[in-house]
Ligand binder design. Structure first.
Ligand SMILES: Nc1ncnc2c1ncn2[C@@H]1O[C@H](COP(=O)(O)OS(=O)(=O)O)[C@@H](OP(=O)(O)O)[C@H]1O
Ligand SMILES: Nc1ncnc2c1ncn2[C@@H]1O[C@H](COP(=O)(O)OP(=O)(O)O)[C@@H](O)[C@H]1O
Length: 197
């Protein structure tokens, strides 16, 4: 389809925004099963960054799916479209100078590669929140696993839909072995040099 759309260049660049904020902007992407701890850890990391005066924003699966992506299901195609839109949104926010923390199940490797390429691999930090399915089911924060086992919801990641774990994440957070503060420290250490503008 002919689109007749031409890329426009902005006067103020990402570099200039980063310089005036005194820190770089990039995307910290949390992937893992539902209940693994993505939101808990992303929000705890954000709090620490915010307290240091860094401009941040959290994008979270549940909230995005209640708003801009409320038309999407949990089929493989809709999950990919979910991630495609979030990658584009995150890219705009990174361009605007924010450190974006995104917490999405994002079960497909190819979708996570798409995100990295959308924001540029140098602006992408992948955090694998690697909690076992057994532990996520034990926590069952939202009662979804119980419903999935009872056959009341389909396509539940880990139960009736796949999760492709990252092979080479920047940080792996093992929530069954580490406390929340330990995981937060690990992530803050990993991004320290990235923040320097
Ligand atoms: N079938 C199924 N599978 C997985 N998750 C489900 C499902 N149905 C609803 N939920 C709830 O939706 C949240 C996951 O949405 P995401 O946008 O992160 O999913 S995805 O990246 O498109 O796979 C997820 O939030 P988190 O628990 O924070 O991960 C669940 O609360
Ligand atoms: N070490 C840990 N790291 C993160 N969450 C933990 C940890 N130990 C227990 N939890 C609990 O696990 C639950 C994870 O839920 P949540 O952060 O909503 O996960 P997700 O966003 O991946 O669905 C929370 O109730 C949290 O308090």
């Amino acid at each position: 389809m002919e689109k007749n759309v031409v890329k426009q260049h902005y006067k103020v660049s990402k570099r200039e925004r980063n310089l005036s904020n005194n820190h770089n902007s990039f995307l910290i992407w949390f992937t893992g099963l539902s209940g693994s701890g993505k939101s808990t850890i992303a929000n705890a990391v954000e709090q620490r960054l915010h307290d240091e005066g860094i401009k941040t924003y959290v994008l979270d699966g549940d909230n995005i799916r209640r708003g801009i992506n409320s038309d999407l299901s949990f089929s493989p195609e809709d999950r990919s479209e979910n991630i495609r839109r979030i990658a584009e949104i995150a890219n705009l926010m990174v361009d605007a100078g924010l450190v974006v923390l995104a917490a999405f199940v994002s079960p497909y490797k190819k979708d996570r590669e798409f995100i990295a390429n959308t924001v540029k691999p140098s602006n992408f930090v992948e955090i694998y929140v690697s909690t076992s399915l057994e532990e996520c089911e034990r926590r069952d924060v939202k009662g979804l696993y119980k419903k999935a086992r009872e056959g009341k919801i389909g396509n539940m990641t880990g139960v009736s839909a796949p999760y492709e774990a990252p092979e080479n994440p920047d940080v792996e957070v093992k929530t069954e072995e580490e406390s929340i503060p330990e995981s937060v420290e690990k992530i803050l250490n990993a991004i320290k040099t990235k923040l320097e503008s």
